[in-house]
Design a protein around this ligand. Structure first.
Ligand code: ADP
Ligand code: F6P
Length: 326
């Protein structure tokens, strides 16, 4: 029999569509198993300040379709200190919270891992970030929705690109990773995709533009990941404008539009599945793990493992992107 009676749940780091569906799943699964559940507001900041409130089943009604997070999120510097985490622990004890579910990205899991190391309180993570850059899970909550948002936006930009014979550099989010850029590039039929994981693409882009121009391809879409090493879409566009005066070059930064909006059906299902799995894991006395999904099966990945390893880009997708953009 588990000793857990009360679970805390919070969202932390960048918001992602589907986080509400995960909060709902954690809340209802806890209640289903006879546990109390507390929503901790504003991520780790709320944990430090004791900003938490009981969630009932009705508290999470009518949120599965909403973007953002009803619990709010934050980036909390104080939690990065030992003193900050001590305050957070004291608040958890004062509120009799026995275990915590953290919905967030790798930064949030760094914090959760430290708490698990420093205090006897189980932390379980649910991957929530549009970047999809967490090792040990095929999908993170929000990635699919963001992907669809990018595709919709790029399709519209392509209308202008082709009507005016323009070359568009479109920057998509991905602080350190090119997952969103690569998949959206394939889905939009982009002429090229520039991602941080591949360093030789500047040369590839140059030869593509030379070739493309020769074949009289008069417009094009180049997707650039935000974390791309040469400085992002504006920098690359500047260089290209200098070397290829024949192209009319434009830049669009899609920005935070990618983080908002109603979650896709896929993200709602991923979030619901992982929310249930997180509470199950806590009831099974698991701690310091992330619940993930690999080949549609639930997996438990120790925080140490997911944080130590880098999720690799699928090379076959790079090949597909290259072949189809000739
Ligand atoms: P994400 O979870 O989306 O990657 P961040 O990197 O901003 O977002 O991290 C979210 C929060 O997690 C930070 O504001 C901080 O409170 C906590 N955090 C991040 N890294 C650490 C760390 N090394 N130690 C303790 N807490 C951390
Ligand atoms: O981690 C998700 C992410 O969307 C990154 O791709 C991006 O660099 C970052 O968040 C931006 O976050 P914010 O604008 O909230 O600082």
């Amino acid at each position: 029999m588990t000793k857990i009676k009360k679970i805390g749940v919070l969202t932390s780091g960048g918001d992602a569509p589907g986080m509400n569906a995960a909060i709902r799943a954690v809340t209802r699964t806890s209640i289903f198993h006879g546990l109390e559940v507390y929503g901790i507001r504003h991520g780790y900041e709320g944990m430090i300040n004791g900003n938490m409130k009981q969630l009932k089943s009705y508290s999470v009604s009518n949120i599965i379709q909403r973007g953002g997070t009803i619990l709010k999120t934050a980036r909390c510097k104080e939690f990065m200190t030992i003193a900050g985490r001590k305050k957070a622990y004291e608040q958890l004890k004062a509120n009799q919270i026995d275990a915590v579910v953290v919905i967030g990205g790798d930064g949030s899991f760094q914090g959760a891992r430290k708490m698990s190391e420093e205090y006897e309180i189980p932390f379980v993570g649910i991957p929530g970030t549009i970047d999809n850059d967490l090792y040990g899970t095929d999908y993170t909550i929000g990635y699919d929705t963001a992907l669809n948002t990018v595709v919709e936006a790029v399709d519209k930009i392509r209308d202008t690109a082709s009507s005016h014979n323009r070359l568009f550099f479109i920057e998509v989010m991905g602080r350190d990773a090119g997952f969103l850029a690569l998949r959206s590039g394939i889905a939009c039929g982009a002429e090229a995709v520039l991602i941080p994981e591949i360093e030789t693409h500047a040369d590839k882009l140059k030869s593509y533009l030379e070739e493309g121009f020769k074949r009289k391809k008069s417009s094009g879409i180049i997707i650039v990941a935000e974390g791309e090493k040469e400085g992002g879409a504006y920098e690359i566009a500047k260089k290209v404008s200098k070397d290829f005066a024949e192209y009319e070059v434009k830049v669009t930064i899609l920005g935070h539009i990618q983080r908002g909006g109603a979650p896709s059906a896929f993200d709602r299902v991923v979030a619901s599945t992982l929310g249930v799995a997180a509470v199950d894991a806590i009831i099974d006395d698991q701690k310091s793990i992330m619940v993930g999904s690999v080949n549609n099966k639930i997996v438990h990945v120790p925080f140490n493992k997911t944080l130590k390893n880098v999720k690799n880009i699928d090379n076959s997708l790079i090949e597909i992107s290259d072949i189809l953009s000739i």
